[in-house]
Design a protein around this ligand. Structure first.
Ligand code: ATP
Length: 255
C-alpha cells in the first residue's frame, strides 16, 4: 500500500514562493487532481514529488522513507512520471519506446523477457495505439504520441503515478477513455494517482480528491465535493467558474 507524504513542503522559483508549508498525504486508491492557473507551480510540484527536483524546504516521504534516500532503480519501480512535453531524438518504434519503460523490472542482463513484451503490448492496447506498434515514434501525431507516452507510464507498472496534463493533446473520446483508465487504476488496482489537468469537467467522477494551488504559496486540499465549488475554483483560477447541475452530476462552466 503506497503512501506519499509532503511534509512542510516549500517550493520556490527564483524569488517567488509557489507552495508554502504543504502538508499533504496521497494514499493508495486515491486519485488527486491538481488545479491552479498557469505558473501556479503544478509542474514544479510534480517534478518534486517524482524526485527530479529537490524541495526548497520540508521533505517528501514515500512509503516511510524520504524520497532522497531511494536509489534511482528502487524509485523507478515505485513511481512513474509523465512529463508535460517530450522530444524524440531517435527513430525508435512505438513498441521499443514502451518496452524501454520496463527497464527497471529487468532482473538480469539487458534483454527484455516475454512478460515485459506482454506488459508493453497490453499498455499499448489499453491506450488504443497497439496498431501503431511498428511505427517510427517521430511519425506520430501529437495525440498519438501522448497516448504512447501514457502507455509507457502504464508499462512501468508502479503503485504511484504522476501525470502532468495527460489529456492536453487528446480528442474527446480519448480523453474520456483516459479518465476511465485512470479511475480504474486508482479504484480497482489501488494505485495512488496525482494528475494535473486544466479541464474541470474531466475531474468529476474520476478524482477522489483535489489539491488547489493558489499561486502565492497558499493551497487547499480535500475531497472533490469540498474543493470543487464555485468560490474556491474561481479564486484559484482567477476567473469566475459556476458549478451547475446537469442530470445527477455537476458541470463547471465559465464565460
Ligand atoms: N528556473 C526558473 N527560474 C525562474 N522561474 C522559474 C524557473 N522555473 C520555473 N519558473 C517559474 O515557476 C513558475 C511555476 O512553473 P510551473 O511550470 O510549475 O507552473 P505550472 O503551474 O505547471 O504552469 P502551467 O499551467 O503553465 O503548466 C512559473 O511562473 C515559471 O515561470
Amino acid at each position: 500500500m503506497t503512501t506519499l507524504v509532503a511534509n512542510d513542503l516549500d517550493l520556490r522559483a527564483g524569488k517567488r514562493v509557489l507552495v508554502e508549508k504543504l502538508d499533504w498525504t496521497v494514499g493508495a486508491g486515491q486519485c488527486w487532481f491538481v488545479y491552479g492557473r498557469n505558473g501556479a507551480g503544478k509542474t514544479t510540484l510534480l517534478q518534486t514529488l517524482a524526485g527530479l527536483r529537490l524541495p526548497d524546504g520540508g521533505k517528501i516521504v514515500l512509503d516511510g522513507r524520504e524520497l532522497s534516500d531511494w536509489s534511482p532503480l528502487q524509485l523507478a519501480r515505485r513511481r512513474a512520471y509523465l512529463p508535460q512535453s517530450r522530444q524524440d531524438a531517435f527513430g525508435f518504434t512505438v513498441f521499443e519506446t514502451v518496452l524501454a519503460a520496463r527497464f527497471p523490472w529487468r532482473s538480469e542482463g539487458m534483454w527484455e523477457s516475454s512478460e515485459d513484451r506482454d506488459v508493453a503490448a497490453g499498455a499499448l492496447k489499453r491506450m488504443d495505439v497497439l496498431e501503431l506498434a511498428e511505427r517510427d515514434i517521430r511519425s506520430l501525431s501529437g495525440g498519438e504520441r501522448q497516448r504512447v507516452a501514457i502507455a509507457a507510464l502504464l508499462a512501468q507498472d508502479t503503485p504511484l503515478m504522476l501525470l502532468d496534463e495527460p489529456a492536453s493533446a487528446l480528442d474527446l473520446a480519448h480523453q474520456a477513455g483516459l479518465m476511465r483508465t485512470v479511475a480504474g487504476l486508482s479504484r480497482e488496482e489501488n494505485r495512488a494517482v496525482v494528475m494535473v489537468v486544466h479541464d474541470l469537467n474531466l475531474a468529476w467522477g474520476v478524482a477522489s480528491h483535489v489539491l488547489l494551488l493558489y499561486g502565492d504559496g497558499t493551497w487547499e486540499a480535500g475531497s472533490c465535493e469540498e474543493m470543487m465549488v464555485s468560490e474556491k475554483l474561481s479564486h484559484c483560477l482567477h476567473y469566475p467558474v459556476e458549478r451547475v447541475s446537469c442530470g445527477n452530476r455537476p458541470v463547471f462552466v465559465s464565460f
